[in-house]
Design a binder for this molecule. Structure first.
Ligand code: ATP
Length: 550
């Protein structure tokens, strides 16, 4: 049977990634290890560029976000509070006949079925589900499988010493919320960003690096005031129309902030070459949302393996989720650690004191209901929840609250894969003798391209050309990743750079040395995507390139 076209596309991408040194299988000489990938020389540069762009746009270029770099192994109490120990699992089932193991929801999805979730939270396979490997219908009932990797801290392998490799970077941000707040001179609304490794023992890693067991995340927790506080201070909470809501305003509630971050993140993707047409959105339904979440919008990318819907449209697969998580996370850590996580807001205290009694009562009641709802849903017994919610609402009236949070959470590796799939382009050229050749070009945006410029002396056996080319390389090197190449014909060298995704090449030729005096100290600059060439002065080269790559 012919290979489906989209898989063929993935195969070509995987093969180019290996051939050119973007991505290798981890531990390949030992047969590899499922769900783990290494980045080769070009992949490492690409990844570094992406992380740096995220870090710059999310922290350095903003006044309202600070950075953090926390450890991978943290107190296991953090994962108890966050809910990961009890509920971070995927339903897994086995084929009794061929012994193949599946993630039950994916197994159903692959057959156009939906996994059944019973009222007691247990899962069941719908009628007709079969093993996709051997067609047997003898499958075990789905059972939860916790995705956290376990290890032991210290020499004794006992339950007391169990620790986990973090399955997300976000929790460290919550756990360090107070320290960052106190040391960064930030005030709510503000965010904390972090980039780092995360580990999930995925039941079935698949789609190349898309679902890996070790990966990196770029996460922002943006802390905001509860809507009741905004209403007390500003009279009402801003309403938002569709699209980017513009510069942040003091009267923004969670909806405006959520929309703002969705749009900011889309702008980020557009800025590195993923146009809106390549992206998709999934707005989580009430049923899909966690009980504490107000909203979650997933930004998707249309990967070659993304499935089509009934109308034949490709929706895409998740690159990033932007969730409005209420005050759940800090509240959980407050309850589990016993350390207060609220902030004091004098503007709120003063504004509250001036409100008419009915308004105070209205806001008090709404805040009380929200807090009680969170506490009871989190398993606090009704009476205790009512008492705690009363204390919390009284605290609000004095200017204290636990901040709410908007969380844009992106995966580095998925983005790298999206950029690679988006950049991949092939054309077949046939020469005069009828010999055809496939040309591969990785059309990366110059901002993310692993190599920014190739520096090529026309001939390598002419010392003057080589010396000049090396001088150009050294001129550019402190500013960008430069690749010097003097091996083979100029056409071959261009082709090599096209495959690596290098957006520009400069060639040092005899005119550079002054053969035509008016062209002394100029180079030929060649564009990757259309092969267009122009002449540029060496003295202007660095600034010209910097504008393109930043
Ligand atoms: P999925 O539903 O695809 O498993 P998720 O909703 O569990 O993803 P989150 O917990 O929201 O993912 O994690 C945030 C981001 O981290 C995701 O959008 C994705 O980019 C990345 N990510 C999550 N799991 C993996 C993984 N196994 N491999 C690579 N990246 C991942």
């Amino acid at each position: 049977m012919a290979e489906p076209k989209e898989n063929l596309q993935m195969e070509k991408i995987v093969s180019l990634c290996k051939r050119r040194g973007f991505i290798f299988q981890s531990s390949e000489i030992y047969g590899g290890i499922n769900g783990f990938w290494d980045y080769g020389p070009l992949g490492a540069e690409l990844k570094r560029n992406v992380k740096e762009l995220w870090w710059n746009s999310m922290t350095r270029q903003r006044d309202d976000v600070a950075g953090l770099e926390a450890t991978i192994i943290m107190s296991p109490a953090i994962w108890k509070a966050s809910g990961h120990v009890d509920t971070f699992s995927d339903p897994m089932c086995d084929c009794k006949k061929c012994k193949k193991r599946f993630r039950a929801d994916q197994l159903c999805e692959d057959q156009g079925l939906t996994l059944i979730k019973n009222a007691d939270g247990k899962f069941a396979l719908p009628e007709g589900t079969k093993c996709t490997s051997c067609d047997s219908k003898e499958l075990t009932e789905p059972r939860p499988f916790n995705l956290m990797f376990k290890t032991y801290v210290g020499p004794v392998e006992s339950e007391d010493n169990v620790a986990y490799l973090r399955p997300e970077t976000a929790q460290a941000i919550f756990a360090q919320f107070k320290n960052v707040l106190e040391t960064s001179r930030q005030k709510v609304p503000f965010g904390i960003g972090q980039i780092g490794k995360a580990f999930r023992n995925e039941v079935t890693p698949r789609n190349y690096t898309f679902r890996s067991r070790e990966f990196e995340q770029m996460e922002l927790e943006f802390f905001i005031k509860p809507d009741e506080a905004i209403e007390a201070i500003h009279g009402s909470v801003a309403t938002v129309a569709a699209g980017h809501p513009g510069e942040p305003q003091p009267n923004w509630g969670w909806q405006a902030w959520h929309q703002y971050w969705v749009e900011e993140r889309v702008r980020f993707y557009e800025g590195i070459g993923l146009s809106r047409e390549t992206l998709g959105f999934h707005i989580q339904t009430k049923e899909e949302l966690a009980h504490y979440a107000r909203a979650c919008t997933d930004i998707l990318f249309k990967f070659p393996f993304s499935k089509k819907d009934e109308q034949g449209n490709v929706k895409g697969d998740e690159l990033e989720g932007i969730a409005a998580r209420s005050d759940f996370d800090l509240s959980q850590h407050q309850r589990f650690s016993g350390k207060p996580q609220h902030v004091f807001d004098d503007e709120l205290r003063q504004a509250w004191a001036k409100l008419p009694k009915e308004k105070q009562d209205d806001l008090w009641r709404r805040y009380y209901e929200n807090r009680k709802n969170y506490l009871t849903k989190s398993g606090v017994e009704a009476e205790a929840a009512a008492k705690q919610a009363t204390d919390d609402a009284n605290a609000l009236a004095k200017g204290n609250y636990v901040p709410h949070v908007i969380e844009p959470s992106a995966g580095v590796d998925r983005l790298i894969l999206a950029l690679i799939a988006n950049a991949y382009s092939e054309t077949t050229k046939t020469d005069d003798k009828g010999k055809s050749e496939t040309i591969y070009t990785m059309k990366f945006h110059p901002r993310v391209a692993p190599i920014k410029v190739g520096v090529l002396p026309l001939l390598k056996n002419k010392p003057d050309l080589v010396a000049k080319a090396l001088a150009v390389r050294d001129l550019l090197r402190p500013w960008m990743n430069v690749y010097y190449d003097d091996g083979g014909s100029i056409g071959k060298r261009y082709a090599r750079q096209d495959e690596a995704g290098t957006p520009f090449c400069v060639t040092i030729d005899f005119d550079t040395l002054g053969e035509k005096p008016e062209l002394l100290d100029t180079v030929t600059l060649r564009y990757r995507d259309d092969g267009k060439q122009e002449r540029l002065k060496i003295s202007e080269l660095r600034d010209w390139l910097l504008v393109k790559i930043r």
